[in-house]
Design a protein around this ligand. Structure first.
Ligand code: AMP
Length: 121
């Protein structure tokens, strides 16, 4: 899939749309999910134009990959989730349930994965 520079997260990066930002650095922006599925539900996005994890891990530079991973680490540390516990999720494509086609990592805490998406409801 070709990257659409007008996707919602690209527009948040350009500050055309508002977001509840919790972290920002050279490589990444993190903000609250607009429809949280857990008491803590943060999205971390790279500043570069990548559709998904697959796209990012194929095309991003080592500096971008390291910077983005460290940004996720910094968000987790800043929210004090290391001891409390958290989980991460990254969707790719239709079968993966991806809705926004700018690479993002969800960080959830306060609710377990099995409590969020029943397989056969
Ligand atoms: P995914 O299904 O992995 O593509 O997840 C996309 C996520 O983006 C969903 O959890 C949405 O609730 C969230 N989302 C969509 N629009 C916004 C927005 N404007 N601000 C924050 N989160 C959003």
């Amino acid at each position: 899939m070709k990257y659409d520079k007008n996707n919602i997260f690209a527009r948040i990066l350009r500050k055309e749309l508002p977001a509840q930002v919790v972290y920002e650095d050279e490589y990444a922006l993190a903000f609250h999910d607009i429809a949280p599925r857990a008491p803590i539900h943060i999205l971390v996005i790279p500043k570069g134009a990548y559709v998904s994890f697959f796209d990012f891990s194929e095309k991003a530079s080592s500096a971008e990959i390291m910077g983005f991973t460290k940004a996720i680490h910094n968000v987790i540390a800043s929210l004090d989730l290391k001891n409390k516990g958290f989980w991460t999720l990254s969707s790719h494509g239709e079968e993966g349930g991806q809705v926004v086609f700018h690479y993002h990592v969800h960080i959830f805490s306060g609710r377990r994965p099995s409590q969020i998406t029943p397989l056969h409801s």
